[in-house]
Write a new protein. Structure first.
Length: 368
């Protein structure tokens, strides 16, 4: 029996600013904080559209505890009654820290992460993704990094689901091709991870299959013509649909293995979370035959051609072996040992051992 839940209102548009202003009015925001990156702040001319004093743009590539502290301090100097997140996963994940802070009035980041009781009140929020990958616009969690501890944390609470997600492919058009492909691969990982997942249900699997089929078609098209708006819109929708899938399952082995690659070697999240997809597909494939058959049939692919298509999407755009990312071969054993994140690795439909993970990392070390 399927037990699916996601409360986010999704709006697809070709005029993000109009829909944003309308949503701000509908939610009765009088003083929202705008969370974005410095690049998006300038590129989208946000200072001319909103009060510059309400814009927080001190957002790193992966939101650190230091970023979180800066955001909380910014909120303490102002009075905000809503949150608008406009950016990639980093801006949206940081916005969830701000939502928790505004509701709980706590300043300690660890306390915000650890709080699991009912929030005193839910902070309404509007999320606008500028990449087609993270899907933070439809989930209740965000990823944070404690760089001093070299450790990844998650903030997660049902009150952190955004109220509204606004999807406009125009927001992704200026994204460089390497980042575009990286985020597409993250969405592909979200999709497969929600299928080979012990928490999968019929609805989440249907969403995941839909997202995968779209990415397999539109990922290669993006490489051919990065300026095609239809392709961008299709991939943005696919990433959000992938989010609707893993919002109910969370991720599994691929993401669990990704965290030490990012924290120790700076591998972009989309690359780190998808680099192991092919080996994991071979390990988990026996247990997801029906979804795999649907994917192959929908895209008129054999199983081998499916693997080739996945591998080809980042080819020639992003380095996709561990040695190309400067990872010493003598560190693979350490990375394997650090790859077991609770609530991620244990979701994988096949229980993996440290030796299994080490074998995958060795396979990924250099081009076969």
């Amino acid at each position: 029996m399927s037990n699916y839940y996601n409360p986010v209102k999704i709006i697809k548009t070709q005029n993000w600013l109009h829909e944003l202003n309308r949503s701000i009015e509908d939610l009765k925001f009088s003083a929202p904080i705008i969370v974005t990156s410095t690049g998006n702040r300038k590129r989208l001319g946000l200072d001319s559209k909103f009060d510059p004093e309400s814009i927080f743009s001190n957002v790193g590539n992966n939101p650190s505890f230091e970023d979180c502290k800066n955001a909380v301090e910014f909120c303490q100097k102002n009075v905000f009654d809503g949150v608008v997140a406009l950016g990639g996963g980093s801006a949206m994940d940081l916005a969830k820290v701000i939502m928790a802070h505004l509701s709980l009035e706590k300043t300690d980041i660890n306390e915000l992460i650890e709080y699991k009781r009912k929030f005193p009140h839910t902070i309404q929020s509007i999320f606008l993704p500028t990449t087609h990958g993270t899907a933070s616009e439809v989930t209740m969690w965000g990823t944070l990094w404690n760089m001093e501890e070299e450790k990844k944390y998650s903030i997660s609470h049902p009150s952190l689901y955004p109220s509204v997600a606004i999807l406009d492919g125009n927001l992704t058009l200026s994204l460089p091709l390497d980042i575009s492909i990286s985020t597409v691969m993250d969405a592909l990982s979200h999709s497969f991870e929600s299928i080979w997942n012990k928490k999968a249900n019929h609805t989440s699997t249907d969403f995941a299959i839909s997202a995968i089929c779209s990415i397999l078609e539109n990922g290669p098209a993006l490489k051919e013509n990065p300026d095609d708006l239809d392709t961008r819109n299709n991939l943005l929708k696919a990433a959000t649909v992938a989010g609707l899938a893993f919002s109910n399952t969370t991720t599994a082995a691929a993401h669990s293995m990704s965290y030490p690659l990012t924290i120790h070697y700076g591998m972009p999240h989309g690359v780190a979370s998808s680099i192991s997809l092919i080996p994991l597909l071979e390990i988990n494939g026996e247990f997801i035959k029906e979804p795999l058959n649907r994917i192959c049939n929908n895209n008129e692919l054999t199983y081998d051609k499916l693997k080739e298509t996945i591998k080809a999407i980042p080819q020639g755009v992003i380095p996709y072996t561990l040695d190309e990312w400067g990872i010493p071969e003598n560190q693979l054993t350490k990375l394997a040992a650090e790859s077991f994140t609770k609530g991620r690795m244990d979701n994988n439909v096949v229980d993996l051992t440290t030796n299994d993970v080490l074998g995958i990392l060795k396979e990924l070390y250099s081009e076969q």
